[in-house]
Design a protein around this ligand. Sequence first.
Ligand SMILES: C[S@@+](CC[C@H](N)C(=O)[O-])C[C@H]1O[C@@H](n2cnc3c(N)ncnc32)[C@H](O)[C@@H]1O
Length: 209
Amino acid sequence: MVVMGSSEWHWDERYREREKVWSGEPNRVLVEEVAGVEAGTALELGCGEGADAVWLARQGWRVTATDISSVALERAGQHAREAGVEVDFQRHDLAESFPEGRYDLVTAMFFHSFVDIPREEILRKAAGAVAPGGRLLIVGHAGYPSWHEGERHEHEVDFPTPAQVVEELHLSDGWEVLVAEEHMKEVFRPDGGKGTRHDSTVLVRRSPS
Ligand SMILES: C[S@@+](CC[C@H](N)C(=O)[O-])C[C@H]1O[C@@H](n2cnc3c(N)ncnc32)[C@H](O)[C@@H]1O
């Protein structure tokens, strides 16, 4: 399936279709993997409506959060104001521009797109943005949902395994792989019934020196 239109147009339309696209809750794996980590600076890629960014800010992280969609970012900003936290929201098409600086935590949570994106290249930039001693957390889908029968999006057919995600980061020496695993979760299907989905988690840490 070929999706017409730019990434920005596509995602803005997707967000305009509904007042709220995501649950408003932080991703479970983010909470599990980051809850015990000392807060510092964090960069989030593809932050959507901001639930993860707000959760991180509430834990004391100084958060920069990016997305291609200004519709999503407006909602994320509203979410942060309601929560009484500050987040530096920046609009980037990460295929074209990338936030400056180095961060103690960089996250890419379900950074998938119906419009083709140079995901591996962006994730390599994400690794480059990790400060010494910092972590990169990448959570993504490892396959289509159990109920999926329709057309498959060309670039999503090969969902990378956790090992492939690690390999594609082209990490040099001085990185430690803390987690590289798949897990299954129960999710609600669009019709309200229950289904399952396989996701993958990759967490790597850059050595402190
Ligand atoms: C599947 S959503 C995940 C949103 C959020 N991280 C979550 O877990 O709920 C993917 C997000 O990536 C954003 N995105 C897609 N392509 C992008 C690009 N080229 N640059 C920046 N953000 C992009 C979309 O606007 C969308 O908000």
